[in-house]
Design a protein around this ligand. Structure first.
Ligand code: F3S
Length: 292
């Protein structure tokens, strides 16, 4: 059985940068906190916890310890709250997310209502909506757009959660144009998709077309890992999203000649290595039983 890794997968530069910055800050500052977990990955969170980084849910829980802002960024209101507490800030906001925040701020200041295509409960989207002031609206799909479309003003801007797929973003914008263009005087679409994600999705799609089974590795909460699984399923190949190597079910391999592996932007290399090792072990067992 052939086991093939996607040409592009795993930790993106934004997550790698955030994790390394936190590790260095913990070594320098001692006990500190992280506002939310740095990535949707338990192993990484546990490793940072051993270095003294405690995940907190709100700035007030910091108890005068430094606060790290994760790669997802935070709304300006949260930054203000941290400033009022007077604690040190370690900002690891991904530069691509920061660009999205700046667009939200600029567009709302210029009088646009800013639609953010993405999961309204995702931290990045909540933060970007915050930067749009009262003019931001987070919408996860075209149904949510339909629910507000009649109320949209004449000047509308659209951004996307960085980890969305370009197909879904294009379809969202297309839906807006087909159903509201006659009422819109000015429409601005800013491409805030992250190349790290789109490249990984393209690599996952390419691999999904030539294997019999796809294993997508990453946290269940990780939006970009889930999107990789969606992309793979769209190609019609059997796809399983797992978090740990121990979740690989030997029955998935029955009759398969090739298995592809891809991993989300928050999945550490060690986890992917463990999954590959498990697949090789099962493939060897299968070969041995055939020979016997
Ligand atoms: Fe940044 Fe893209 Fe990663 S937005 S955190 S480089 S997925």
């Amino acid at each position: 059985m052939e086991i093939i890794r996607a040409a592009d997968m795993g930790f993106c530069f934004g997550v790698r940068r955030a994790v390394e910055t936190m590790e260095q800050a913990a070594a320098r500052l001692g006990r500190m906190t992280s506002l939310g977990s740095v990535v949707h990955n338990q192993q990484v969170v546990e490793r940072l916890a051993r270095l003294g980084v405690e995940v907190i849910g709100a700035p007030a829980e910091a108890d005068s310890r430094p606060i790290a802002i994760t790669s997802h960024g935070v709304a300006p209101q949260v930054l203000e709250e941290i400033r009022r507490l007077g604690v040190q800030v370690v900002d690891t906001t991904c530069p691509i997310v920061a660009r999205s925040q700046q667009w939200a701020k600029r567009l709302s200041r210029d009088g646009f209502t800013v639609l953010i295509f993405g999961d309204p409960d995702h931290r990045e989207v909540r933060a970007v909506a915050g930067w749009a002031g009262g003019k931001g609206m987070a919408l996860p799909n075209t149904e949510a757009l339909d629910a507000v479309i009649e109320r949209l003003p004449a000047r509308v801007a659209v951004l996307s959660q960085t980890t969305e797929t370009k197909e879904r973003f294009a379809s969202f914008v297309g839906h807006l144009m087909s159903n509201r263009l006659s009422h819109i005087r000015e429409l601005r679409v800013i491409n805030t998709l992250c190349h790290a994600t789109t490249n990984q999705q393209a690599a996952a799609r390419e691999l999904a077309r030539r294997v019999d089974l796809m294993i997508v590795v990453g946290g269940r909460e990780s939006a970009n890992t889930r999107h990789l699984a969606d992309v793979s399923r769209e190609e019609g190949v059997e796809t399983h999203h797992i978090e740990w190597a121990s979740e690989v079910d030997p029955r998935w391999l029955a009759g398969k000649r090739s298995v592809g592996i891809t991993a989300g932007a928050s999945t550490p290399d060690e986890t992917v290595d463990a999954v590959e090792a498990r697949l090789r072990e099962l493939a060897d067992e299968r070969n041995d039983s055939r020979k016997a």
